[in-house]
Design a protein around this ligand. Structure first.
Ligand SMILES: [Zn+2]
Ligand SMILES: [Zn+2]
Length: 124
């Protein structure tokens, strides 16, 4: 599979590496590395959207200067994981709409189909 991998942390809006556990357990037998590239500007199509501050609520285009609410952006999350249920090693690439109430990211294991919860994401 051909996931686009980050070469530089500055390309990323979010990035996390963490253990995955089975639902309601604390086994941490799986692992997930997930990253989200900074989105391109929907307005000028040319710029890249950055968050000026870590907790900023807007992305700001580095070309045209327009801002966009972080909580409404459709981001593309990508990652690699080891499933805590079936030990399947897989990759994912999914749209992730980060809303105020759903900052968690979930995806389904390509091996066993169980839902995996990456948990709340921060920048580092
Ligand atoms: Zn722009
Ligand atoms: Zn699985």
């Amino acid at each position: 599979m051909g996931l686009r991998k980050p070469t530089n942390i500055n390309e990323l809006a979010y990035h996390t590496q963490r253990p995955l556990s089975r639902k309601d357990e604390d086994d941490q037998s799986g692992f997930c590395h997930m990253w989200v590239f900074k989105p391109n500007c929907p307005s000028c199509g040319d710029g890249v959207l950055n968050k000026p501050k870590r907790k900023a609520k807007f992305f700001v285009c580095d070309k045209c200067g327009k801002d966009f609410p972080v909580d409404e952006m459709i981001l593309i999350s990508m990652g690699e994981y080891d499933c805590p249920y079936c030990e399947h090693h897989g990759e994912f690439e999914e749209e992730w709409v980060r809303t105020k109430t759903a900052k968690k990211f979930k995806f389904k294991c390509g091996g066993c189909g169980k839902a995996l919860d990456v948990g709340k994401l921060s920048r580092k």
